[in-house]
Design a protein around this ligand. Structure first.
Ligand code: TXE
Length: 452
């Protein structure tokens, strides 16, 4: 909006680190028009040339990795070590989709009277709406497949964390990707995001954010029958069986919740523990949580930074009443700090039902495998989860029974550039990453040619 600006704040210091122009409907429309104009030429770029451009972008991200990691660390309050790992993944994602451009094939299908073939056509202009927890990473998960398929893009980062997307847009041009192919618009979700969702010239919305806004994206998209991919909230279970390597499971569990200060849709924020080893596990978990280094994100040793905003800290705090099982320390002074917190809960408690999106883990005991599966699935969400057991058959049995899109066994990792990522139930639909994401950024066209 002409003359309107907004401040971007470092959540670890509460200092303003940038003042940006705030886009409104007009600026959004201009970006969509630019992307629309750029589409015919971009879709016509020969596949191997498009691959080369994406490869160059991946290389530029690698060359600017430290700079991008610093931007992300300052804007999101992420520990620098974690920010570096995220930027490394951004480069890997662009490398992956550079390699994928000419491997997302059509088919020929045996039919009578001619030849039937399928083509993967780009959708046109796609709107990408991204949250503040992993700004650059999640942008790359959408940009990679969108560009590989020949679409042009309007990317809307979250108001709180637009800086890395703006820098990436400069690298996109430096890589030789033509003007207008990637457009970044910074402004409020209810204005810029909403406009993208309703815009007639936007073919698809790739959205990551809250389930509530995801619902409104779906409603808004109905007006133009827009395609949507929704990656929404989670309330994932970390299921620890008595036959697990308890030391390893307990050492790993804090990072499955407190990484990114718990602001992670994959956070294993419900820790389900078999009752026969509950006390022992709690003891190990408290010991491991005590070791999580909470502090200045610029400090190489830090493992957890602050929350994103004062308002968000209030929301997180509302989940903890009374004396928790464990509460860690936080630095004094400015910053939106919240300590690592462990609470004992039943699966009906609010802390076990709603996405806290902060460093709060709920410990819930269970009696046996059947109850573990029932409690793990007793949630409207279904994004990720972990199973810890030394029994291989049980691991697979439980993995198949969990209503969740991404599961790890004896590990708490969820994302890799080449493997599908996305939710069941109210965690959304559609898949990001891997070859699967390409299906969400292309239309399947069937052509029959008579030969008789
Ligand atoms: O998300 P929003 P917020 C959850 C988490 C968190 C809560 C709120 O529980 O505490 O959501 O976070 C844009 N039309 N997750 O408020 O509002 C917005 O500008 C179109 C889970 O940041 O969903 C931003 O770019 N777009 C999650 C993006 O949507 C709109 C990640 C996400 O913002 C819009 C983030 C509208 N009407 C939050 N309103 C995860 N699963 O990782 C807002 N936006």
């Amino acid at each position: 909006m002409p003359g309107m600006t907004f401040a971007v704040v470092n959540p670890a210091t509460e200092e303003t680190i940038a003042q940006l122009d705030e886009a409104g409907v007009e600026e959004t429309d201009t970006a969509v028009a630019r992307a629309t104009e750029a589409f015919p030429a971009w879709r016509a770029v020969a596949p191997l040339d498009r691959a080369r451009l994406l490869r160059r972008l991946a290389t530029l991200v690698e060359e600017h990795a430290e700079e991008l990691a610093r931007i992300e660390s300052q804007n999101v309050g992420k520990p620098i070590g974690g920010a570096r790992a995220e930027v490394a993944m951004v480069a890997q994602v662009f490398h992956f989709y550079a390699g994928a451009v000419d491997k997302h094939h059509g088919q020929t299908i045996p039919v009578a009277g001619g030849v039937d073939m399928t083509f993967r056509e780009p959708l046109g202009v796609v709107g990408l709406i991204v949250p503040w927890n992993f700004p650059l990473n999640i942008s790359s998960w959408k940009l990679g497949p969108a560009l590989a398929c020949g679409n042009t893009v309007v990317l809307k980062p979250a108001e709180l964390t637009p800086l890395s997307a703006l820098r990436l847009a400069e690298l996109v041009l430096q890589a030789g990707i033509p003007e207008g192919v990637v457009n970044v618009v910074t402004g409020p979700g209810r204005v810029v995001g909403q406009r993208l969702v309703e815009h007639h010239d936007i073919a698809k919305i790739g959205f990551t954010g809250s389930t509530e806004v995801g619902r409104s994206v779906m409603q808004g998209a109905a007006g133009t029958i827009k395609r949507v991919t929704l990656e929404l909230g989670g309330k994932s279970a970390n299921v620890i069986f008595a036959d697990a390597d308890l030391e390893q499971a307990a050492a790993s569990a804090p990072y499955a919740v407190f990484d990114n200060a718990g602001q992670d849709c994959c956070a294993r924020s419900r820790i389900l523990v078999e009752r026969s080893v509950y006390d022992r596990f709690v003891e190990l978990l408290v010991g491991a949580t005590r070791k999580v280094m909470v502090g200045d994100p610029q400090d190489e040793a830090s493992e957890m930074g602050p929350l994103i905003s004062a308002q968000h800290r209030e929301k997180v705090a509302s989940f903890v009443d009374g004396q928790p099982l464990f509460r860690g320390d936080v630095p004094d002074g400015p910053g939106f700090w919240f300590p690592c917190t462990l609470v004992e809960a039943s699966n009906d408690d609010r802390v076990a039902r709603e996405e806290v999106f902060g460093p709060v883990a709920a410990l819930i005991p269970f009696a046996d495998e059947e109850e573990a599966i029932r409690v793990a699935n007793d949630t409207p969400y279904g994004l990720s989860g972990s199973i810890w057991t030394e029994n291989g058959a049980r691991a697979l049995r439980v993995a198949r029974a969990l209503e969740s899109g991404v599961i790890s066994v004896n590990s708490n990792t969820s994302v890799r550039p080449s493997t599908p990522f996305g939710g069941f139930k109210q965690s959304g639909f559609g898949r990001e990453l891997g070859m699967y994401a390409l299906d969400g950024y292309s239309e399947l066209k069937n052509v029959f040619m008579a030969t008789s």
